[in-house]
Design a protein. Sequence first.
Length: 134
Amino acid sequence: MLTDAHGTPLRVSHTGGHRNDITQLLPLVDGLAPVRGKRGRPRRKPRALYADRGYDHDSYRRRLRERGIVPKIARRGQPHGSGLGRVRWVAESAIAWLHGPRRLRTRWETRDDMHDAFLHLAHCMTLARKHPAF
């Protein structure tokens, strides 16, 4: 899941079991739609990307820098205290909102397309709760 700084989910995807989450990092970043905001050309990519130690791979850091994104990823083996937890809690709370429906907490569907449909439905429900004006 990719969220903005306020915890609004921007992109959601799922993978098979026992897969590393890092495999979905670049497709999520590349699949971002333009974000409305200030006047001028809309931003197509974030300025910085915050992530936990599971995303600590130098090749992905390099690929993010090539896209003009500053990676703020915690290093493995380093002590806590980087301050990333204060920033990343918005993504963790968005994941908790997404796993609110019981059907997504435990995967009951055997078909990927059905699980993907319920995942996107929960994504829409989360957006509707966070932004009632939509």
